[in-house]
Design a binder for this molecule. Structure first.
Ligand SMILES: NC(=O)c1ccc[n+]([C@@H]2O[C@H](COP(=O)([O-])OP(=O)(O)OC[C@H]3O[C@@H](n4cnc5c(N)ncnc54)[C@H](OP(=O)(O)O)[C@@H]3O)[C@@H](O)[C@H]2O)c1
Length: 231
């Protein structure tokens, strides 16, 4: 249950992106006033943060130095007097074979030591990442590897819940809507699944797909069920 006296004006860093739009939609649904912040708003950040009682920090995808980005944001929140932060991390952040996951692990540490009231979300791979337009779903990793897939609408609902309710301060929540393989998700849509060579250009993405190939990215389901049940 959201605290009726809780924060209503909420800054959403990365609010124009895929993840941010899901968070903003859920905040509006709950009667809050989200303030999306991207590159266009960056020059007037201090002004945009005035009156915000919480902030959701969604770093740009594959940012070359996410801890530096997060440190900059935490500094701006502190200077503006925004008391509460929700950081959008990732499931299994300390996975040294995936450099951008490690960037999020280091950013989590900055958030926990920021002096702000914090909550950390650790989402699994978005279900929306998969192209299910068919007839064959192709991915550069084992189609039988197990993932905790997360629906963006569920992510938005959880983020809005914890942004608006300070009783989640100090919590780290791993989030997945369901456990499945790519082959299973494809079959549910009447499609086949096929692994293709991992030839993606970005070295961090290539490393991530190699990790997925060997280990998948399993994520527990209980936390999301609990949080959505208590909306
Ligand atoms: N995809 C997944 O399965 C998954 C799973 C877990 C976690 N994540 C994480 O979720 C986060 C967001 O991913 P996404 O796909 O939603 O990202 P996205 O759609 O690329 O959105 C990120 C936003 O960041 C802003 N941005 C880009 N460069 C910036 C910069 N230099 N300074 C400030 N803002 C900048 C952009 O807004 P403007 O255009 O308005 O500037 C953009 O809309 C990433 O950190 C990713 O690692 C993703």
């Amino acid at each position: 249950m959201n605290d009726p006296a809780g924060p209503r004006r909420v800054a959403v860093f990365g609010g124009h992106g895929k993840t941010g739009r899901a968070v903003i939609a859920a905040l509006i649904e709950r009667g809050a006033e989200p303030v999306p912040l991207g590159r266009a708003e960056w020059p007037a950040l201090g002004t945009a943060l005035i009156g915000c009682q919480a902030a959701c920090v969604i770093a740009p995808n594959l940012h070359p130095d996410e801890p530096d980005y997060v440190a900059t944001v935490l500094g701006a929140l502190t200077r503006a007097g925004v008391p509460r932060v929700v950081y959008h991390s990732v499931a299994s952040p300390y996975a040294p074979d995936m450099p951008h996951h490690v960037g999020k692990a280091r950013s989590e540490d900055l958030v926990r030591r920021s002096g702000l009231s914090w909550t950390i979300l650790q989402p699994g791979a978005y279900r929306e990442n998969l192209d299910l337009s068919g007839p064959t779903v192709t991915v550069p990793y084992d189609v039988d590897a197990v993932f905790g897939f997360l629906d963006l609408a569920d992510l938005g609902a959880v983020a809005a819940t914890v942004l608006l309710d300070a009783s989640h301060a100090g919590a780290t929540y791993e989030l997945a809507t369901r456990q499945a393989t790519v082959r299973e998700l494809a079959a549910e849509c009447g499609l086949t699944a096929q692994q293709v060579p991992n030839e993606v250009e970005h070295p961090w993405l290539r490393a991530m797909f190699d990790y997925y190939d060997r280990h998948g990215l399993p994520v527990g389901l209980g936390v999301l069920r609990h949080l959505l049940g208590s909306r």
